[in-house]
Design a protein around this ligand. Sequence first.
Ligand code: ATP
Ligand code: MG
Length: 332
Amino acid sequence: FQINMDEIEVLGELGKGNYGSVHKVFHRPTNVKMAMKEIRLELDESKLNGIIMELDILHRAKAPEIVEFFGAFTIESCVYYCMEYMDAGSLDTLTGGGVLAKDQKDGEPQTNGDATTNGNTDGTTSSAQERVPEDVLRRITAGMIRGLKFLKDELQIMHRDVKPTNVLINKKGEVKLCDFGVSGQLEKSLAKTNIGCQSYMAPERIKSETANQNPTYTVSSDVWSVGLSIIELAKGCYPYPPETYSNVFAQLQAIVNGAAPTLPPGYSDDANDFVAKCLLKDPNQRPTYAQLLEHPFLVADKDAEVDMVGWVNAALERRAARGISSLNPIQA
Ligand code: ATP
Ligand code: MG
């Protein structure tokens, strides 16, 4: 079916990104709550229509680890994109500062304050946080890897924007990916406006993009971003030092030339080995998705009973205690 704006009732704002905002909406004809992303683009009509056509492959992107796509339309120079509403939000808001980051003053770290050195802290977590249990971390990681493998094997695409805000979770404890690069035209229109702030790009991709060459990176660049996202989830903050948050150059320098970040203390050798392999500087040395699924860290997830529902609900309570609601009601 085709979705249009007349059928939609806006319920509240879920969040803002670099290119637009995401609202919780109600689609009257189907009685379904959805998330609607608005992307403002300065493009002519034929290019906008091209994007809508390219987004159509998303109808084939049906997998348990992929946020469902309902449809897209344009109004003036905006693309509106309707997808499955994930009622626990993105990973960043569940453990760390999340939404806080965007409300904070320029250059201030989004963390609860313990990230002082490159990827290594004393491992203390502040009261608003609680360490993510290894079995939960493992289950989330397994979902991400299966989702990425699906995109690669079934749709022949790489994600290109793996980061905690693009990993969504619901109160059933399901973990799903969103915002992957299906539309070349959309990618082109968004590209270059924002490298940095907090970069999840692999070293080889940073080198390729800053050298202005034709992109030379491949799907293994997404593996790097998975490694960094898992560490962020475990630490509750972006893994590179806070001094680099307001200095793009220093941050890219640290990613390309510095030591790769590591998990905070308390996780198993398997977990540490897994992230170390994701964060190998040489992309050719990083494991494939099939190899990662066979890594002991993820093999242990296969038959494990993990209380994801309990963890999500507890994390939502802690988030509420930090004063972040999942929805900012629209002012009348
Ligand atoms: P960027 O613009 O760099 O991609 P971002 O991913 O944070 O950053 P958006 O994709 O615009 O930006 O999303 C804004 C926020 O909206 C996200 O951080 C997430 O918390 C929330 N969000 C996005 N999609 C959904 C969804 N389907 N269900 C629930 N919340 C969502
Ligand atoms: Mg996003």
